[in-house]
Design a protein around this ligand. Structure first.
Ligand SMILES: Cc1cc2nc3c(=O)[nH]c(=O)nc-3n(C[C@H](O)[C@H](O)[C@H](O)COP(=O)(O)OP(=O)(O)OC[C@H]3O[C@@H](n4cnc5c(N)ncnc54)[C@H](O)[C@@H]3O)c2cc1C
Ligand code: FES
Length: 275
């Protein structure tokens, strides 16, 4: 481990020297990470940033149980086994002009990776909407980037994205300053409703967060006929496709046609195949 940063509400960012992983990582991929050198226990965490030049990746996590709590105690210089990048990644459609990235809670990290990648490789200007019911894992600040069609007063942004020139807006039910009071899909809907018809046709949605958030996002996209990819953060054991501990029902035309393993068939799926 190269760096360890403690954030509000038991959230942490760790930087890992993992050159092979950094070389090949794409947004949506995750690592299966050993949390404690004494135990073989591994846990899945999305890759938030990856730098092939420095050979480092970053992971943002919050503690919920024994594994993540052990991981929070690791220090720079500690050696951890890291399997990755694991899983598939988000894919941009050719006709997308307005990528809309929606992240909730620990679903925020892959959206940061996706935003950076879109900006660097596609030249498109994504809009990132992130929600949290605990303090955001970064200090928020009023955005320098104007987003037309946003409700008045919704100005809080993630400074890192703002500095990259990527528009972001934040939501919470907790009344944090400058944030929209509500859920990410509700702010997305307000933004979308104000777009003209030709702009609407270029919107593609990418989402990661709790299942109830993804269900709501999928419903919003279904209603407006928007393409939507969701990144699932299921329970996992082996993370290599061998144990079936992470399977989800896979739908076609609304009917369950198969069970898919989130670790190797996903974690990114077309929303219509899951919800
Ligand atoms: C592909 C993927 C990417 C992920 N990315 C991140 C990330 O970037 N940052 C992050 O903080 N977390 C992420 N997670 C969730 C993270 O893996 C779990 O929080 C972690 O494994 C919990 O381990 P633990 O030993 O601390 O908790 P456990 O002791 O295993 O569980 C503690 C509590 O958390 C619940 N829990 C555990 N895992 C999950 C889960 N996946 N979903 C919902 N509830 C769960 C359990 O039911 C239990 O109540 C990701 C999960 C997946 C599958
Ligand atoms: S976690 Fe074992 S098959 Fe996915």
């Amino acid at each position: 481990m190269a760096h360890h940063e403690t954030l509000a509400a038991q959230q942490f960012i760790i930087t890992l020297e993992a050159p092979g992983c950094a070389q090949h990582a794409a947004p949506g991929n995750f690592v299966h990470l050993q949390c404690d050198s004494q135990h073989a226990m591994r846990r899945p965490f999305s890759i938030m940033r990856s730098n092939a030049g420095t050979g480092c990746i970053q992971v943002l996590f919050k503690t919920v149980g024994v594994g993540s709590s052990e991981l929070a105690l690791r220090k720079p210089g500690d050696r951890l086994q890291c399997l990755g990048p694991v899983g598939n990644s988000f894919s941009l459609h050719d006709n997308t002009t307005h990528p809309l990235l929606l992240g909730g809670g620990v679903g925020i990290p892959p959206m940061i990776f996706m935003a950076e990648t879109l900006k660097e490789k596609s030249g498109l200007q994504p809009l990132v909407i992130m929600g949290s019911e605990i303090p955001f894992p970064f200090p928020t600040r009023p955005s320098k980037i104007l987003v037309p069609d946003m409700p008045k007063g919704v100005i809080a942004a993630m400074p890192l994205l703002d500095d990259w020139g990527i528009a972001s807006r934040l939501t919470s039910l907790q009344g944090y300053p400058g944030c929209y009071t509500g859920f990410v899909h509700e702010l997305a809907e307000l933004w979308f409703q104000r777009l003209d018809h030709s702009t609407r046709r270029g919107v593609q949605v990418f989402a990661c967060g709790p299942v109830r958030m993804l269900e709501a996002v999928a419903a919003f996209c279904r209603q407006h006929g928007l393409p939507c990819q969701v990144c699932l953060e299921e329970f996992m054991a082996c993370a290599v496709g061998g144990c079936a501990g992470c399977v989800v029902p896979y739908r076609e035309n609304g009917r369950v046609v198969a069970m898919k393993r989130v670790c190797v068939d996903g974690p990114v799926f077309d929303a219509t195949n899951i919800f």
